[in-house]
Design a protein. Structure first.
Length: 351
């Protein structure tokens, strides 16, 4: 990586689906603005897909090459940053591993990979002195990773509670407001690009749990295996459950919840009854919201689009812009990947 100068930041994009398509459009539409903010251009050199003949929702810039060989990205010495937007665990890990070996910085939206196997990747990125950014992996457009990593560092985080899965919230909202059946609402969420390739991750609570694991690392400086969480999703909730909750003045929301107590950390994901007057009860559709309580700030609430092409691409671009600014800084002075110094992570009992 050269100095932060006129040299463009050269990107290899793995994945040209919902989020990848949003990224390609947004990089093009806001190119001038991004350049004014970075002091240089962000250029897409190569894009990796499974099927090179498939119709795409966005047009690649002239000169950008489509490939089905991930090594064309990872092994290209001109590429500075590998953006991983293919999802899943095994292939994504292989690509990121190889890209780190080849000296690339990484941006990913892959919460499943980071929750289940992130520790090894963060350690490798530290060893290789590369940046691994993942703002888009939690709560789509909401800058909650950055907030916990940078803005709330003066606080002891006391609790964090969030609507972290747009698909589940969309389904619950459609069942509540429009009386839609569960399956119909799920199909709509898939059509709108909110759901995971395997939507059971959404409706069984695992996607929210993946995000919660990422957030508690940042909040408390702890590493827990993903399996430490108690997880229940919205599958099995009926129209009757939702109507009854409403009649008694409640809404049902799928919440990720963590609380720091004197004895340890509470940590769980489940559908929760919330009084209709509370802000979280009124977060509708694919919107997400995260309520963070710190000892100095008190309650703070972060709200925004939790899924979808452009909102998620917005977070990916924020990470790319940060890399244009940070890559040349002394690695010792960078913000640590998990908000705490790697040798300052700790163990706190899960209650
Ligand atoms: P998607 O629409 O299914 O797109 C996946 C893309 O990756 C496709 O272009 C696919 O190629 C390509 N791909 C998949 N496996 C591949 C492989 N082995 N080799 C080469 N290319 C491969 O997925 P998405 O919704 O954009 O999600 C991407 C990532 O972002 C996931 O980690 C997801 O959890 C995360 N995310 C998604 C959202 C959202 O709202 N969708 C929000 C936040 C985070 P083909 O097109 O040729 O099949
Ligand atoms: N499937 C995820 C959701 C995408 O519905 O929230 C955003 O992470």
């Amino acid at each position: 990586m050269t100095k932060n100068s006129e040299k463009p930041l050269v990107v290899g994009l793995a994945g040209f689906g919902t989020v990848g398509g949003g990224l390609v459009r947004l990089l093009d539409e806001n190119a001038d603005l991004i350049r004014r903010r970075c002091g240089r251009a962000i250029v897409l050199k190569k894009v990796l897909v499974r099927n090179a003949t498939k119709a795409r929702s966005a047009q690649l810039p002239a000169g950008t090459e489509l490939t089905t060989d991930y090594r064309a990205l990872t092994d290209d010495p001109e590429i500075d940053v590998l953006v991983e937007l293919i999802g899943g665990i095994d292939n994504a890990r292989t690509i990121i591993d190889r890209a780190l070996d080849q000296g690339k910085h990484i941006v990913t939206a892959n919460k499943a990979l980071l929750a289940e196997e992130g520790l090894a990747l963060f350690q490798k990125a530290d060893r290789k002195k590369r940046i691994l950014r993942y703002e888009a992996s939690v709560a789509g457009a909401i800058p909650i990773v950055e907030t916990l990593k940078e803005s709330l560092t003066g606080n002891r985080i006391q609790s964090l509670m969030g609507i972290l899965n747009g698909t589940s919230n969309y389904i619950l909202s459609e069942m509540t407001s429009n009386g839609l059946d569960f399956d119909v609402a799920l199909k709509q969420a898939q059509h709108l690009g909110y759901a995971e390739a395997d939507p059971t991750l959404d409706i069984d609570g695992h996607d929210a749990a993946h995000k919660l694991i990422l957030l508690i690392r940042l909040a408390y400086g702890v590493h827990y295996p993903y399996t430490a969480l108690s997880v229940r999703g919205i599958r099995g909730l009926s129209g009757m459950d939702i109507r009854l909750a409403r009649e008694f003045g409640y809404r049902i929301k799928l919440l990720g919840i963590t609380k720091r107590t004197e004895n340890g950390i509470e940590l769980r994901v489940h559908p929760t009854l919330i009084t209709a007057k509370r802000l979280l009860a009124n977060v509708e559709g694919a919107m997400n919201a995260v309520l963070v309580q710190g000892d100095a700030v008190g309650a703070t609430l972060y709200y925004g689009k939790g899924a979808g092409a452009e909102p998620t691409a917005s977070a990916v671009i924020a990470d790319l812009v940060d890399i244009t600014r940070l890559a040349t800084a002394d690695p010792e002075h960078r913000v640590p990947h998990l908000a705490f110094q790697p040798n300052a992570m700790t163990n706190i009992e899960i209650l």
